[in-house]
Design a protein around this ligand. Structure first.
Ligand code: TRP
Length: 352
């Protein structure tokens, strides 16, 4: 039996190069060797952006993007979280074994709560807690956000996943998942839940930088190159990337902003091209305009074919429906089994 690999992505906007190099490309490579299950976390999206007009459209977009990037529904189970109601039920059950203290100490929760309350940072955890408890109703920190880690743990535990490929920012959630699994198993004297590990398919985790010189590419940073960007948009974004004044003396150290461009280039261009610009940097003959032009060219070689497929799949409702229906059936098959076992050990039994 193949090991189960599970990963999800929140449906809050389009996929960018960070998602592609950080996750999707690896997902595609794993499809044949593992029992892969990839899903769209639309319930998780509700914790921060409950917009009924956008929710469904976003889910569809990401599905089209998953498929366009190379996920194959014949090899992997591709599903939508809300299509598996067993997840919601187990989420309620598992919450009975999760402490509000440990949830409140979660880094992602504190960050998001800060944002919702409009506090810029610097405040101590005590201050944040006071604000959460004492705040008025238009600046609510919702309970769904607090219990985000429970829901994520259930996504994983209900599929009995062994390996969960996620980025560094999700490491704490995975750690909590293991803790919840261990605690539940110990409390009920069962071995129902499997403790999952992070998994990068042998490759070191890639950090895809943004174009604004500020580190990571991220939706909330507004520094993204999207798979769906058209040629003109993408070129414009790359040409506008932040650089510096250029090397003044040979073999100068490379500033972080320019190193970001090199990192992107290493992901998208040939080694020869990268070396050419590294050499040009070292002997001070580099022109950032040329580097950016080349970079845009090489990124487009990767993204334009994907973009074409995205547009095609977005218009193919029948295909999307077929994929998620089949995915939901498979995912529910496993989820229902785990849920039944959990109800049983917890003593939830029917009288009829
Ligand atoms: N929290 C993850 C993120 O923001 C998305 C996610 C939800 C997830 N459930 C999951 C990832 C289960 C892996 C497994 O990226």
């Amino acid at each position: 039996m193949k090991e189960v690999v599970l990963s999800g992505i929140r449906s809050t906007g389009n996929l960018h190069l960070g998602n592609y190099f950080g996750a999707l490309k690896n997902f595609v490579r794993m499809q044949d060797d593992y029992d892969c299950r990839f899903f769209i976390a639309d319930l998780h999206a509700l914790t921060t952006t409950p917009d009924p007009k956008l929710l469904h459209a976003n889910v569809k977009n990401i599905l089209a993007e998953y498929l366009a990037a190379g996920l194959n529904p014949e090899h992997a189970t591709i599903f939508v979280q809300s299509d598996v109601p067993e997840i919601s039920e187990l989420y309620l059950l598992l919450n009975m074994h999760v402490g509000i203290g440990e949830l409140m100490r979660t880094v992602s929760f504190k960050d998001k709560a800060r944002k919702m309350l409009g506090i810029s940072g610097g405040e101590s955890d005590d201050d944040i807690e006071k604000q959460i408890i004492g705040t008025d109703s238009n600046k609510r920190v919702n309970a769904g956000l607090l219990t985000y880690p429970t829901l994520m743990a259930v996504d994983i535990l209900i599929q009995k996943a062994h390996k969960v490929p996620v980025g560094k920012d999700q490491e704490q959630h995975l750690e909590m998942t293991r803790r919840f699994a261990r605690r539940f198993n110990a409390f009920y004297g069962t071995d129902l839940f499997v403790e999952p590990t992070n998994f990068n398919f042998g490759s070191a985790p890639v950090k895809v930088p943004g174009l604004d010189g500020s580190g990571k590419m991220g939706k909330s940073e507004g520094n993204c190159l999207y798979l769906i960007d058209d040629e003109k948009t993408l070129r414009k974004k790359v040409m506008r990337a932040v650089t510096d004044e250029g090397p003044k003396v040979p073999n100068s150290p490379v500033s972080p902003t320019v190193e970001n461009l090199f990192t992107l280039m290493e992901l998208t261009s040939t080694p020869d091209t990268v070396q050419h610009f590294r050499d040009a940097y070292a002997d001070c003959s580099i022109r950032y305009g040329d580097l950016k032009k080349q970079l845009a060219e090489d990124i487009l070689k990767i993204t334009l074919p994907i973009r074409e497929r995205i547009l095609e799949y977005q218009n193919d409702d029948a295909l999307i429906a077929r994929v998620v229906k089949q995915g939901a059936e498979r995912a529910r098959h496993y989820a229902a089994q785990t849920l039944a076992e959990a109800r049983e050990v917890m003593g939830i039994k029917k009288f009829y």
